[in-house]
Design a binder for this molecule. Structure first.
Ligand code: S3P
Length: 171
């Protein structure tokens, strides 16, 4: 049973593309953050604030393991940090998984994220004062994990439809 997993930095379009792709392939769409919010009955920002990032990363790992080990096919949009913790990147290469890294440039990400820092706890910190620089460093640290995906698609300047079509040609 096929499982398609989308990974990439915050703002790369994982949720929007995942939803459109699932609709086209007539598969259920799951968003890992949304699954966690529903199981914890709390928005992600509140989980970070009240329980801390380590707790979030544990739940994130458990939730992802359960989903990839289930029998059901789906399109799953990961959180931006998911493959970078707890060996989650290994799950991008399981035999029943088609994983895709939605690769966006620092410029694209900074433009998309500039008004969204409140929703995303990691961008709300003081460190994020220089958003462009923060993303550049963070992406450098994380690229290794995103690159564990089977496929990479450059998303800069492309429409949702164009990206979905590219993924359909892979999966
Ligand atoms: C995170 C990205 C967020 C969410 C959490 C941590 C990260 O998901 O999982 O705030 O570490 O990059 P999005 O990429 O959907 O914003």
């Amino acid at each position: 049973m096929q499982k398609i997993i989308l990974t990439g930095y915050m703002g790369s379009g994982k949720t929007v593309i995942g939803s459109a792709l699932a609709q086209k392939l007539q598969l259920p769409h799951l968003d890992l953050d949304a699954v966690i919010e529903s199981s914890q009955q709390m928005p992600i920002a509140e989980i970070f604030a009240k329980k801390g990032e380590i707790f979030f990363r544990k739940i994130e790992h458990q939730t992802l393991s359960e989903l990839v080990n289930s029998a059901d096919p789906f399109v799953l949009s990961l959180g931006g940090g998911t493959p970078c913790y707890a060996n989650n990147d290994k799950m991008l290469r399981l035999p029943n998984v088609v994983s895709v890294y939605l690769k966006a440039s620092i410029e694209t990400l900074a433009k998309r994220l500039q008004n969204e820092t409140q929703k995303r706890p990691l961008l709300a910190s003081d460190e994020a004062a220089g958003l462009h620089e923060f993303i550049a460093k963070h992406l450098f640290d994380r690229s290794y994990y995103y690159n564990q995906a089977l496929y990479t698609i450059n998303v800069d300047g492309k429409t949702i439809d164009a990206i979905v079509s590219e993924i359909c040609q892979l999966a």
